[in-house]
Design a protein around this ligand. Structure first.
Ligand code: ATP
Length: 852
């Protein structure tokens, strides 16, 4: 039995994570390990039937084969399941987020840690990638989990992924009414009383200049949810940092919250033996309230972090143009580095600043060649290196130039752009700088047959933020391999670009509005155009207006670094390689590397892709990627991969020229068994495939290689298993029939061929199973069956009569079943060497019909 558990005092993030994990482990049971938080309990009471959770004490602990733990790395928080978690004979898998701890009770490869503010966000990301649909009730719980752990997206450290995950929940039917009801469930009477007491006991302390509110209260009875009360106090007081201490039930419960980077909440909680994240932490102290308060106050100075300065957060060296540089040159730099403006300086001395908008206008007026000084502003905000961030923030508020030059004396040493400041203030960086790679212009233009496409793309790309060649074509270009697909990603409106490209090429466009994609078909080929995609992309309705993503996010969603390269096709940037993730380095070193740790879990078809590239290029997964691949299989997260996507990847893997290494790797990673328990890709399969490949090439080259190879892998599946699995894979019925036939009929064909050497009988035997079944029978066949089946291909298969039904009609036979029977008999005689040539066939026909 597989069981999913989380910590006692289960909150919505934990409940949501358990429900999401059940989607990944469909047969698993969710067991409660202890009490539920009050709002979760109320929710659960109403929805127990739909949620199907198992109450504490109801699980046969000895029957557990796998334990999936979510939202904690501390087994002592699992109640009765602690014993199971520590049992080495149980397969334990842990999902958690934001934890500094590496637990020693779970194998490192079975630990999935994410950086998301809510663990639900991580799991929703996986469900979205796998296109698993939640019920509206599940979506509601997911939304509650995200709201709760992100303070409705308000806490520091909350990211775009949390917001997108929440939007995904709403699109999948999360009820806003229920979210509102359970998120802000009214406080119970005893909670209100404790809240009043805590609010009245607030004292102000200071940590490194930061105001910290501390409140300490002794309470006669245990009250649930001190952390909830701490939130309320933060809301009421607008405090930037708060420490709440409540002595009850013989212990002191401590909750620390901060909304600024200057105080590390975890460091404060650590003083009482607890922990958590920088923004929220907690501890339980077994001592007196006074003692706890003293310990906390003593820890505050050490937990304070010195405020940062302009010198620490600036970008350096400051990028600038010389005063005599042209408007066009300044624009190229702004585009390349995604800057909204650029400094103008001479010998590091500041002259002014020019905004991208002004450059745009100047170009619009035909002033591309004018010097930047003609559109420059000389009023630039400046500051010294030791300017503290609050002061810097003020400078940004009062100047509208979007950047502040950092000066040492009268020299510019760096620049703080708005994004630098936002990043320093804890907001996610809007966009990392575009990395500059080698110039591939010449190589692009040398690609046979594509010159016209690239010239057209260059010509029509001007109005779009970015236009890139992406995917396998870039990889192949760098490897000097021929490539067939031209995929273009557009930052902006991909369909509009597709239309413009089609016009320029004199071709036509097939737009797919739902997905923001377009196919451009022109005389000479086709080009696929896509709008850059972001995460949680299964909301096509939002494209292209809302979810236009930058090329970096688009590339980050891809499978491996070597496939996450792009080449700019736009204007002066044409030919520049864009390499955010070290793809070029990996290509040169022959390494297959995922872009992030959840990659295989998000999309297990990437396991097959990794193996395919290893096999095709002789590359190797790096140790980390290989570890993640093994872990994904080991944790049984390859899952119900019974989709058309698996079929496509399996088919692609089996269609490569050689597949021996792929098969070995499939077996080594036990991916064959993960996909179907009776699929077998080991050495026996390799040998069989080698033989089948040779036979196919020699005797029936028109047969698709993948089909025979899939038959080889499936040789141990019973026919009903085969049809069941192929049905789920959506393999075409005809292919499924041929494979099933090959696998089941081959041994019998061998026997029958061994029993007769009459040519007509051999042909009658083989023809219904041509070609897959006969090739399969030939592989491993012994004499005399071998040479007889070979003879079928070499000779008997092609034998045809020289007369037809028309000839029989002329002889007076028109009755249809007899026509067939007569022709069959003549063919039998011909195969057996009794007839030679048309005259002999006609004579036999006459005799059989009884014609004169
Ligand atoms: P080839 O056709 O030679 O196998 P390719 O790179 O063109 O290589 P495609 O399957 O056509 O392979 O995919 C195009 C691109 O889409 C890939 O280069 C990769 O960037 C991305 N891609 C494809 N499948 C996935 C996936 N499962 N996960 C992430 N990215 C993917």
């Amino acid at each position: 039995m597989d069981v999913i558990v989380s910590h006692a005092n289960t909150d919505f993030d934990a409940l949501a994570a358990m429900l999401a994990a059940r989607r990944l482990y469909p047969g698993a049971v969710i067991a409660l390990s202890g009490s539920l938080n009050r709002n979760v309990r109320e929710f659960y009471r109403l929805h127990a039937d739909e949620l199907q959770l198992v109450e504490p004490g109801r699980v046969d602990l000895d029957g557990i084969r796998r334990l999936v733990v979510v939202e904690t790395v501390q087994p002592e928080r699992l109640g009765e399941f602690e014993r199971v978690a520590r049992d080495p004979s149980v397969e334990v898998v842990v999902f958690d987020h934001h934890t500094g701890e590496t637990p020693d009770w779970v194998k490192p490869e079975n630990l999935v840690l994410s950086e998301d503010a809510a663990l639900t966000t991580t799991l929703v990301g996986i469900l979205a990638e796998r296109e698993l649909e939640p019920t509206p009730l599940e979506a509601t719980v997911f939304a509650l989990g995200i709201h709760e752990d992100t303070g409705s997206l308000g806490y520091p450290g909350v990211g775009r992924r949390d917001a997108e995950a929440l939007a995904w929940c709403l699109r999948h039917g999360a009820s806003q009414d229920m979210v509102a009801q359970y998120l802000r469930s009214p406080l119970a009477e005893e909670e209100r009383a404790l809240l009043d007491a805590l609010a009245s006991a607030l004292e102000t302390h200071s940590a490194g200049g930061l105001e910290v509110l501390v409140t300490a209260v002794a309470w006669p009875e245990y009250v649930d949810g001190v952390s909830n009360l701490a939130h309320k106090i933060v809301d009421l007081t607008d405090a930037r940092a708060l420490v709440c201490l409540v002595e009850m039930d013989g212990r002191v419960f401590c909750v620390v919250r901060t909304r600024v980077a200057e105080l590390d909440a975890a460091a404060v909680a650590a003083a009482l033996g607890g922990g958590g994240h920088a923004q929220a932490a907690s501890a339980v102290h077994r001592g007196s309230l006074a003692e706890a308060r003293e310990l906390v106050l003593a820890a505050l100075p050490g937990a304070a972090r010195r405020g940062r300065t302009a010198g620490e957060i600036m970008s350096r060296p400051a990028r600038f143009v010389e005063p005599d540089a042209s408007v066009a040159h300044a624009m190229v730099l702004c585009q390349r580095h995604r800057q909204s403006g650029i400094l103008v300086a001479e010998d590091e001395r500041l002259v002014g600043l020019v905004a991208r908008e002004s450059l745009d206008q100047a170009i619009g007026h035909g002033l591309s060649h004018a010097p930047v000084t003609s559109v420059m502003s000389s009023d630039v905000a400046t500051c010294a290196e030791d300017t503290p961030l609050p002061e810097l923030t003020r400078l940004f508020r009062t100047s509208d130039s979007g950047r502040v030059a950092v000066m040492r004396g009268n020299k510019v040493v760096g620049v703080v752009a708005r994004t630098d400041l936002l990043h320093a203030l804890g907001e996610p960086l809007v966009e990392p700088e575009m990395p500059s790679g080698p110039d591939l212009r010449e190589r692009l233009l040398a690609l046979p047959g594509l010159e016209a496409v690239f010239e057209a793309a260059q010509a029509v790309g001007e109005g779009f933020e970015g236009v890139y060649l992406v995917g396998g074509a870039v990889r192949d270009l760098l490897m000097d391999e021929p490539s067939f697909d031209v995929d273009i990603a557009v930052e902006g409106d991909g369909i509009a670009f597709g239309r413009a490209l089609a016009r320029a090429l004199g071709g036509r466009v097939v737009p797919h509005d739902k997905f923001g994609t377009a196919i451009v078909v022109y005389d000479g080929g086709r080009v696929d155009v896509a709008t850059s995609r972001t995460e949680f992309y299964d909301y096509p309705g939002a494209l292209p207006a809302v979810e236009q993503a930058s090329i970096r996010q688009d590339l980050y969603r891809r499978d491996f670094t070597i496939n996450a390269l792009a080449v700019s096709l736009k204007g002066e940037d044409f030919g520049r390689l864009v390499d955010f993730f070290g793809g070029l380095r990996d290509l040169e070193a022959g390494v297959i590397r995922v872009l992030h740790n959840l990659s295989f879990i998000d999309d297990p078809t990437r396991l097959f892709r990794a193996i395919r590239y290893e096999n095709r290029y002789g590359f190797r997964m790096d140790a980390h990627t290989l570890g993640l691949a093994r872990a994904c299989v080991e944790m049984e997260l390859v899952g119900e991969l019974s989709s058309a996507r698996l079929r496509d990847e399996l088919q692609a893997l089996l269609s490569e020229r050689e597949v021996g290494d792929s098969l070995r790797r499939l077996a080594e990673l036990r991916l064959d068994h993960a996909v179907h328990p009776h699929l077998a890709a080991g050495e026996e399969a390799v040998a069989l495939v080698v033989e089948l490949d040779a036979l196919r090439e020699r005797l029936a080259p028109e047969t698709p290689a993948w089909r025979l190879r899939l038959a080889a892998l499936s040789r141990r599946l019973a026919p009903d298993e085969l049809y069941d699995w192929f049905g789920r894979l959506k393999i075409r019925r005809r292919d499924a029939d041929l494979i099933a036939d090959a696998v089941t009929v081959a041994p019998r064909l061998r026997e029958l061929a061994a029993a007769t050497d009459e040519p007509a009988a051999l042909r009658a035997l083989a023809e219904p199973h041509d070609p897959d079944g006969v090739l399969f029978a030939l592989a491993g066949a012994e004499e005399p069956a071998r040479s007889r089946l070979e003879r079928y291909f070499a000779e008997l298969r092609a034998v045809q009569l020289e007369i037809s039904g028309g000839d029989l009609a002329e002889l007076g036979l028109t009755e249809s079943p007899r026509v067939g029977a007569v022709l069959e008999e003549i063919l039998r005689r011909k195969l057996n060497g009794e007839l030679d040539g048309r005259a002999a066939e006609l004579a036999a026909a006459r005799e059989l019909i009884g014609a004169p």
